[in-house]
Design a protein around this ligand. Sequence first.
Ligand code: HEM
Length: 216
Amino acid sequence: MNTAFSTLIRTASHEQHMEAETSTFMSDLLGGRLGVEAYARYTEQLWFVYEALEADAERLASDPVTGPFIRTELLRRGALERDLTHLRGADWRATLTALPATEAYAARVAECAREWPGGYVAHHYTRYLGDLSGGQIIRGKAEQTWGFARKGDGVRFYVFEDIGNPAAFKRGYRELLDGVRADELERQRIVAECRRAFALNTAVFHALGEEFPLTA
Ligand code: HEM
């Protein structure tokens, strides 16, 4: 029997998921061992990634492959901008910089958005389904560690106000994945791009880990 594509992509990225989850930077962040500056720097990096994911939403919405995935309730850029205003001040754009690893990640997302709908789906899945899942754990920790208001400024990125039932939404999302318009070979390519998306995330964590080492 054919494995559902949503199961395939999940299983295929399982190892990379563990790697990202247990990276030094993530562990330190979730362990409450880093200052709010590290969290702000991470949030800045996310802005570049979501800028690349969402800049072309209108065109991607009319593409037969990416179209079903483009949902306004997922869009994160506005929430990130509110968080950055809270974390950095009204002129957050003036000091915003991407780490080289973030530049590489955002460039790959933008390239897929321009040229390869299937690859874009891989990046979409890796970010948004992750934000709806583990993102909720990060939010709780951030509120607890740095005292942000529950679901308020600073953690709005993790709050999907228009998704009342995340579990149901994720089920619907997996159905979209299962019905993605792609033949077997293209599905394999999408899975490979998903692994690449995880690796790009891990590279950003490594770079952040170097910028925010724990002093013993
Ligand atoms: C410390 C950080 C993280 C934690 C604690 C975490 C935790 C989780 C948990 C508990 C789930 C399962 C949710 C479910 O079964 O419905 C999940 C799913 C997922 N996570 Fe993470 N995660 C983390 C980091 C990441 C990162 C960095 C990415 C990629 C950028 C990511 C991408 C995903 C994806 C795509 C899924 C959905 C898997 C699927 O059901 O197909 N996660 N995460």
